[in-house]
Unconditional design. Structure first.
Length: 99
């Protein structure tokens, strides 16, 4: 597979201003990925747990650092499942309701 899709792994950090108000900063890191298929049986199984997986991406394991969100084609997704397979890892995602 060719890693043709571009995704952005999103990390958030919180800092505080002089009045102790939280300021959330989001950092995006560009990663090349393979878009994988979410099977029908996986969709049904996830629905039993209240999830709606819509996309799956495969990247190299060293590129993933526990991020909980990613962006693909301007749409933000929550990472709901991480499946490590040796030097590669698959990230299953559902569309972020807030985006």
């Amino acid at each position: 597979m060719r890693y043709n899709d571009v995704i952005y792994l999103m990390s958030q950090s919180v800092t505080y201003d002089e009045y102790k108000n939280p300021i959330t900063t989001t950092e995006e890191r560009k990663v090349y990925a393979n878009q994988m298929r979410v099977t029908t049986s996986e969709r049904y199984e996830a629905a039993n747990h209240g999830l709606k997986p819509s996309k799956r991406f495969e990247i190299y394991t060293f590129e993933y650092n526990g991020q909980s969100k990613l962006k693909h084609e301007t749409v933000v997704y929550n990472i709901t499942d991480v499946d490590e397979r040796g030097e590669k890892i698959q990230l299953t995602c559902e569309k972020d309701v807030g985006s």
